[in-house]
Ligand binder design. Structure first.
Ligand code: NAD
Length: 514
């Protein structure tokens, strides 16, 4: 196995003499320096220092990468299923071997703690493993003798050049949700990762090449709205997968669809966790704390609101409060840290603003992360807890995307359910109870795409599909799993008859099967 090259190119320094690494595109199996003259800063959130400068692509550069992917598609789509499966196995092996290096890149640019970053790569690997089964996943249907001497069968073919536009919060896993099934299906791929933490994508691209993937099948192009708009408008991009915030997801879906593309656009979330009075309160408190503060709350499946029903409220709030002082916040590379910083200073300040507005709008601030954040220039905010949250508060209406957990107190299960079903988002939810009948009713009633029963973060395993309802998903297809395979392929139905002189005759009627 060849050793990978280290980050290429020239190095700049900041005013203190610290190195700022240039982060370039990956096009056609090689590093390509940007030509637009525009870059965006990449920070180490734990130190607050700029560590990199990522190229931002121009419209011309997007055209260049799409042309490369389009050219690669002509041969990649002809590669046998056996060979594609073998390549996916190679990729799986390499990503598995280099997991820790990928995870360290995530820590350095996103800020999450190393164990969480390793978990992210592991969940992404599961989707790669699913894609190793591509020969089985692409099996069609066959009807022999649909009419006399006529057979009918269905096949699924790749759509062409697929673009993936991904968010900052899962810089390795969310791209894997897209590129693994997309390329296994025979498409070529252009990834536009978040400009906030782009290095894991470039490193992954190098691994894919090392695994034997032909040049041009997987490309990474960095950029902002200019790059995304160019992908949305490019006539040779057949399909777009997007994961990010709801306003941009809606824009991507509407613009991409208008331009004739197949689009799946996953948006933001506001995930409620109901705790009924009969629940195991210790278990529910553990779950709420883990799901609210893991990855500093920067997960689209994070629990953002606990809905305590009736008598569950007081013991639950006490149990959550007891757990908070034990959470260690710090640099993600420190093994003692359980929660890292937020991704940028701007985002950290925005999240902190919900503590201020929450208090002003009547919430009870039981833990204020501004007071417990580690000192220094890192983008830290400690764990925060708001009680007596109501639907009018900004802390309830907005997706906070930070370590702020809100508690709402309601009288009945029906009130809790109504709260969730009235919310514009519908990504994930959970119920904690010992009553199987209520849990089953909840699963039936709730207008949310992913439901946990005594499980706080119900991210589906790789052989199911991931996706929310309402403002959490635009488009028909959920991502990865069977729906991912469906999204990255289109169906064709073949009706065939082989020449049989005995039955030869002209018939101007519409074909009938009987
Ligand atoms: P974001 O919407 O700001 O950015 C996502 C991507 O869109 C990035 O690649 C970014 O460069 C691009 N982008 C940003 N502004 C754009 C614009 N005006 N026009 C075109 N493209 C633009 O999201 P984020 O802050 O990176 O990620 C956090 C959000 O993602 C949260 O809302 C979170 O809930 C959501 N998310 C959802 C899921 C899900 O599966 N539903 C998963 C992870 C994250």
């Amino acid at each position: 196995m060849t050793e990978l090259a280290s980050a290429p190119g020239e190095r700049a320094t900041d005013t203190d003499g610290n190195a700022i690494a240039p982060i370039h595109h990956w096009i056609g199996g090689a590093t390509v320096a940007g030509t637009s003259g525009r870059t965006s800063p990449v920070y180490n959130p734990a130190t607050g220092r700029q560590s990199g400068a990522v190229d931002l692509a121009s419209v011309a550069e997007i055209d260049q990468v799409v042309q490369v992917a389009k050219q690669a598609f002509t041969t990649w789509r002809t590669v046998s299923l056996a060979k594609r499966a073998e390549l996916m196995f190679n990729i799986r092996e390499l990503v598995h071997q280099r997991k820790e290096e990928i995870a360290k890149l995530l820590v350095a640019e996103h800020g999450k703690v190393l164990s969480d970053a390793m978990g992210e790569v592991t969940r992404g690997l599961e989707v790669i493993e699913f894609a190793c089964g591509i020969p089985t996943l692409l099996k069609g249907e066959f009807s022999e003798q649909a009419s006399t001497g006529v057979d009918v069968y269905s096949i699924r073919q790749p759509v062409g050049v697929v673009a993936g536009i991904t968010p900052f919060n899962f810089p390795a896993m969310v791209p894997m949700w897209m590129w693994a099934p997309a390329i296994a299906c025979g498409n070529t791929f252009v990834l536009k990762p978040s400009e906030k933490d782009p290095s894991a994508s470039v490193f992954t691209a190098q691994l894919l090449k090392e695994a034997g993937l032909p040049d041009g099948v997987f490309n990474v192009v960095h950029g902002d709205k200019v790059a995304v708009d160019a992908l949305l408008e490019h006539p040779d991009v057949a399909a777009l997968s997007f994961v990010g915030s709801t306003p941009i997801a809606r824009y991507i879906y509407e613009t991409g669809s208008k331009n004739g593309k197949r689009v799946q656009a996953l948006g933001g979330a506001k995930n409620h966790m109901i705790v009924l009075p009969d629940a195991d309160i210790a278990m529910a408190a553990d779950a709420a704390v883990s799901a609210a503060y893991g990855s500093a709350g920067e997960r689209c499946m994070a629990v953002s609101v606990v809905v305590a029903v009736g008598d569950a409220a007081d013991p639950l709030v006490s149990a959550i409060q007891e757990r908070l002082p034990k959470i260690t916040v710090g640099d993600g590379m420190d093994p003692a840290s359980e929660m890292g910083p937020l991704v940028t200073q701007v985002h950290r300040d925005k999240v902190a603003g919900y503590l201020e507005s929450g208090a002003a709008q009547g919430a009870t601030v039981l833990a204020d992360g501004r007071e417990s954040a580690p000192e220094g220039d890192g983008f830290f905010l400690g764990v925060s807890l708001l009680d007596n949250v109501t639907t009018e508060m900004d802390a309830y209406r907005d997706e906070i995307f930070g370590p702020v957990l809100g508690v709402m107190r309601v009288g009945t299960y029906d009130e809790a359910l109504k709260l969730i079903n009235d919310n514009p988002y519908g990504n994930g939810t959970a119920i904690f109870t010992r009553d199987g009948g209520v849990a089953r009713q909840f699963q039936f009633d709730v207008n949310v795409g992913m439901v946990g029963i005594n499980v706080p973060i119900p991210v589906p395993v790789a052989y199911y599909s991931f996706g929310g309802w309402k403002a959490s998903l635009f488009g028909d297809s959920h991502i990865y799993g069977p729906e991912g395979i469906h999204f990255y392929t289109r169906g064709k139905v073949v009706t065939s008859r082989w020449p049989d002189p005995a039955t030869s005759k002209v018939d101007l009627g519409f074909p009938q099967t009987r």
